[in-house]
Write a protein that binds this ligand. Sequence first.
Ligand code: DAK
Length: 258
Amino acid sequence: MSYNTILTNVDGKVATITLHRPQVLNALNDELMDELGAALMGFDADDNIGCIIITGSEKAFAAGADVAKMAKYNFQEVYRHDYISRNWEQIRKVRKPVIAAVSGYALGGGCELAMMCDMIMAAENAKFGQPEIKLGIIPGAGGTQRLPRAVSKAKAMDLALTGRMMDANEAERAGLVARIFPQAELLNEVSAIAKGIADMPLLTAMMVKESINASYETTLSEGIRFERRLFHACFGTNDQKEGMAAFVEKRPAKFTNS
Ligand code: DAK
């Protein structure tokens, strides 16, 4: 499949999607979000893929939604057509692990897209922010909801009300970023992490993702009940039998994703 605004690459069981609108720092427009959604759905459905990486360029993961496009919209249009909700939500349907590998700017919708992934790995030059207030809008793709859950109310208010950027170290300290790597090594390092995840039993990885994501939507006791049910379900998989037999027999496990 060929795309205009993204590049895709498959290496073993790892699929990498590179946002590719270099002339506008990967500003996110309708076409890009449609293509990203299509690629994600395709890799999620592909039994040969175990983990997906979304990345951008050295200078920008994505500098936000395309402001030049947005500038012309009015309330009637965005409300009537439910502006960009349609294609921005696709990533939430992906059941396999998705890693954001962020180098450079992840601003506005770019930061929100990174936060929709299951974890963010950052290069030392990464910069995160929700500068929408400077444009007269509020974050519109989950920034006011996911950011406080990731970094605390105080820091989310600080970022969204001042529009300032936070660097990779601050983002890691605050809990937004899982790990930081030198810029030149980011993709290699994240690919190795993704390969490790893709080599895990897929159904179990999907259950881990589903269960952790459920913790954002439920009470503690309901979340633990949900976790317990999935934990019990693990014992119905061949990979639980294989994983534990391999441990007991002191040999590497051969998972079959079944
Ligand atoms: N949109 C369109 N073009 C952009 C862009 C953007 N977000 N960001 C950068 N560009 C373009 C610049 O206009 C410039 O184009 P030319 O002048 O070369 O034609 C080119 O990319 C290079 O940018 P700069 O010359 O500005 O590069 P600098 O290194 O000087 O500065 C910068 C980099 C990232 C600090 C600066 O470009 C910047 O401040 N960019 C805008 C950042 C921003 O405000 N982002 C938030 C946008 S609002 C929703 C979903 C999403 C959203 C809302 C709703 N729903 C699902 C409902 C999201 C909203 C947003 O993201």
